[in-house]
Design a protein around this ligand. Structure first.
Ligand code: S3P
Length: 454
């Protein structure tokens, strides 16, 4: 199991205008999938722009443990030689996913459908997260859950049947991870596996499966739900792909530039897939000055360059239906709302409770510790802002092993009257290893609490 570590706090303080042009690392969701599909496909896959964060490297290790060959080349691209669909090998030891919910849930679907034993372990945060949402459909496909901690939590050992049953599964919560786990299990099942998705979530799995040559069809039911039908046991063929910049990472320099008066920051090559674009839509509604330039297609996805200027924001009501398109961005949106004129109301946030931390509680506690007037309920959060950040800051935020809580509150400290401290920044490396140097290049003041540059 992942070893505990010594926490490394950091403090962000009021910064002069941020300026510069940056690129954020590759999209985390696409990076996991690129390694999984590349590791499964026949032949060679070349990946440019892969996120080399800890979460993704765990997925690389898991695919290697099951027979794929993966190597980083001197030019920074990754070369993956897959096993061929249906040909994964039993790993010799447990697969340790660290902090990574996406990697672990997707690989549970993938490996769970094989007639072999696979054990999944993770860190304290991952071991608290509910896995029943993936195990339930896998059980329906004939997968045996040999071992699980109470509440279907890790450590988990799965053993697939001789012949995995293709099923039709209506996903009960808005979750791309659950959708993807069922489709990945369906890759090794004879016949058609159908996932019914009442609320559309990020569609990278569908796009990439098609790109790797899977027979996949998406239709709409009479009620508007998406029906994703996948023909199992087909051939996947290796390919070349480029991972666009992660909008969930871009969110941090983007909001920082909006909040620090006089800033002007360009973030190049950001993924603009509409299932991920909820934050930009919301910030523009709040009065954020965000120019979307140079929209172009790259590797089956739309990317663009974003130029962001310091802006006076006003509170808005964010509709619950938008939550799947910005589910990872609520911590930083809540921080933006703390500086907006009036109230920002966020609804439909139930899924935030089962992320790397209970993000709804962690955000509400972090805001309160820094003087922000906020209220929250089971699945909502309301924030009353203070334009200019007068009186804000001065608190320490508990990050609960959650990278996005750490980054969101460091952004807060750049614009609030007093500094904001986070109790640990170690986990930032799971998704955005360059966060601190990139922010420093833009002029952000983030340091260890003893004043040493972070
Ligand atoms: C992800 C799906 C989302 C998101 C996570 C990445 C994915 O989780 O929060 O960071 O890559 O499929 P859920 O599927 O649990 O909503």
């Amino acid at each position: 199991m992942t070893e505990p570590f010594a926490p490394r706090p950091a403090t962000a303080s009021k910064s002069a205008p941020l300026s510069g042009t940056v690129r954020v690392p590759g999209d985390k969701s696409i990076s996991h999938r690129a390694l999984i599909f590349g590791g499964l496909a026949s032949g060679e896959t070349r990946i440019a722009g892969l996120l080399e964060g800890e979460d993704v490297l765990r997925t690389a290790a898991a695919m290697r443990a099951m027979g794929a060959a993966l190597a980083r080349r001197p030019d920074g691209t990754w070369q993956v030689t897959g096993t061929g669909n249906g040909c994964l090998l039993a790993p010799e030891g447990p697969l340790d996913f660290g902090n990574a919910g996406t990697g672990s849930r997707l690989v549970m679907g993938l490996a769970g459908a094989y007639a072999m034993r696979t054990t999944f372990v993770g860190d304290a945060s991952l071991s608290r997260r509910p896995m029943g949402r993936v195990l339930d459909p896998l059980r329906a496909m004939g997968v045996q859950v040999v071992e699980a901690a109470p509440g279907d939590r890790m450590p988990i050992t799965l053993e697939g049947p001789k012949h995995t049953a293709p099923i039709s599964y209506r996903v009960p919560m808005a979750s791309a991870q659950v959708k993807s786990a069922v489709l990945l299990a369906g890759l090794n099942a004879p016949g058609v596996t159908t996932v019914i998705e009442p609320v559309m979530t990020r569609d990278h799995t569908e796009r990439m499966l098609t790109g790797f040559g899977a027979q996949l069809e998406v239709t709409r039911g009479a009620d508007g739900a998406r029906h994703i039908a996948l023909e199992g046991q087909g051939r996947l063929a290796g390919r070349t792909l480029t991972v666009p910049g992660d909008p969930s990472s871009a969110a941090f320099p983007l909001v920082a530039a909006l909040l620090v008066p006089g800033s002007r920051v360009t973030i190049e090559n950001v993924l603009m897939n509409e299932t991920r674009a909820g934050l930009i839509e919301t910030l523009v509604e709040m009065g954020g000055d965000i120019a979307v330039d140079n929209r172009r297609e790259e590797g089956g996805e739309t990317v663009a360059d974003l130029t962001v200027r310091g802006s006076e924001l006003r509170g808005v009501a964010v509709p619950a239906e938008r939550a799947p398109a910005m589910i990872d961005e609520y911590p930083v949106l809540a921080v933006a709302a703390a500086f907006a004129e009036g109230e920002t109301r966020m609804a439909g946030l139930g899924e935030l409770r089962v992320k790397e931390s209970d993000r709804l509680s962690a955000v509400a506690a972090g805001l309160a510790a820094n003087g922000v007037d906020c209220r929250s309920g089971a699945d909502w959060l309301t924030v009353r802002g203070r334009p200019g950040g007068a009186g804000l800051g001065g608190g320490t935020v508990e990050t609960h092993l959650d990278h996005r809580i750490a980054m969101a509150f460091l952004v807060m400290g750049l614009a609030s009257e007093r500094p904001v401290t986070v109790d640990d920044r170690t986990m930032i490396a799971t998704s955005f290893p360059d966060f601190e140097p990139l922010m420093a290049r833009l002029g952000a003041t983030i340091a260890a609490p003893d004043g040493v540059p972070a």
